[in-house]
Design a protein around this ligand. Structure first.
Ligand SMILES: Nc1nc2c(ncn2[C@@H]2O[C@H](COP(=O)(O)OP(=O)(O)OP(=O)(O)O)[C@@H](O)[C@H]2O)c(=O)[nH]1
Ligand SMILES: [Mg+2]
Length: 321
């Protein structure tokens, strides 16, 4: 089970396939607003109704009020200066504007370490365990040798769920008995990875409401254990967010950010979410970049976040077929 998988030279094509599926899967949840956006940009004139409807549509997609107001004001200035003549021009300008907003963040996963450690946190049911399984598969295909750590020790079922993902992704899982100390699991996993030359260690943690300070302290304890083994660790602390939660997730992220510090976000369940714009609103509000995006429960349903592809899908600039 530990043999390094062959690096996958089909990755770029597969990745293209991912974004096509991404674009298609957004349709399920956002039909109402897609029709609006297509219809709005398809109109002949930049009149008052166009501006009002564009604003309402972006807000409905959870792009967020501040970002929507800013981009619509930018667009109106361009139109007043005669740089934009039609809704089609406005669409192109809007994409460029949003791409600039998203462009100045590093979204690479930091996997430098022997082993690197990726600590995965979030509220209950956001998709942590599923994301870890898919991430292990993604990294395995790139020729890395991930090791999973079952530090959600609250429920036996949580450990079994991670084991199942380990089997699917063909990676090993380090686990203790239910009820054991999450820090001890993390410690053992790092030691095992060192001994076996594996990296990264991806640590699953129990879902916790961001309002539970005692549980936040438990996460800090796991982090302290990791830092004792390697001061650079954890190289990544990823918060997993369910896209359906929409803008409220910004509040969750803030609390995790303050409690243990985050290096990135994974936004899951973008398939069927009406709130595809949530990536824009979260990033506008917080300093944490979205690094991963999930569109389903299958092994291949996770990818690194790509702002250009995301904006094309969001704004329907390319046919998804
Ligand atoms: N459609 C869809 N479902 C997802 C996605 N990611 C996770 N799920 C589903 O969401 C549910 C919760 O996922 P988990 O991975 O168990 O979430 P978790 O954060 O580990 O949950 P706890 O450990 O209980 O806090 C499961 O039914 C997953 O199959 C996704 O990208 N798309
Ligand atoms: Mg879980």
């Amino acid at each position: 089970m530990n043999a390094p998988p062959e690096p996958d030279d089909r990755a770029p094509t597969e990745r293209q396939g991912f974004w096509k599926r991404f674009s298609k899967s957004l349709d399920a949840g956002r039909q109402a607003y897609v029709a609006d956006l297509k219809e709005v940009f398809g109109r002949p004139a930049l009149d008052d109704a166009f501006w009002d409807d564009l604003e309402a549509t972006l807000i409905a997609a959870d792009v967020g009020v501040p970002t929507t107001e800013r981009v619509v004001a930018d667009l109106r200035r361009q139109a007043a200066g005669a740089h934009l003549r039609s809704p089609a021009d406005a669409l192109r300008f809007l994409k460029a504007d949003l791409a600039t907003q998203m462009g100045d963040r590093s979204r690479d996963l930091n996997l430098e370490g022997a082993p690197a450690v990726v600590l995965v946190v979030g509220v209950n049911g956001s998709g942590k365990t599923t994301t870890i399984g898919k991430l292990a598969h993604l990294l395995g295909r790139e020729g890395r040798r991930p090791l999973l750590a079952a530090a959600d020790t609250y429920r036996a079922a949580a450990i079994e769920q991670l084991r199942l993902w380990g089997q699917r992704a063909q990676v090993d899982v380090i686990a203790h008995q239910p009820g054991s100390d999450p820090g001890a699991v993390a410690f053992d996993a790092v030691q095992a990875a060192r001994a076996r030359g594996m990296s990264p260690v991806i640590i699953d943690t129990a879902g916790r409401l961001h309002t539970r300070t005692d549980l936040m302290e438990e996460l800090r304890k796991v982090r302290r254990v990791l830092q004792r083994l390697d001061p650079q660790s954890p190289q990544e602390v990823l918060a997993v967010l369910d896209a359906h939660v929409g803008q409220n997730s910004a509040q969750q992220v803030k609390v995790f950010q303050e409690a243990i510090g985050l290096t990135g976000l994974a936004v899951t369940k973008m398939d069927g979410s009406a709130r595809a714009g949530v990536v824009l609103s979260i990033e506008a509000e917080l300093s944490v970049p979205v690094k991963l995006v999930g569109i389903g429960e299958g092994l291949d349903d996770l990818n690194r976040f790509d702002p250009g592809q995301y904006l094309d899908a969001l704004l329907r600039m390319e046919d998804a077929t």
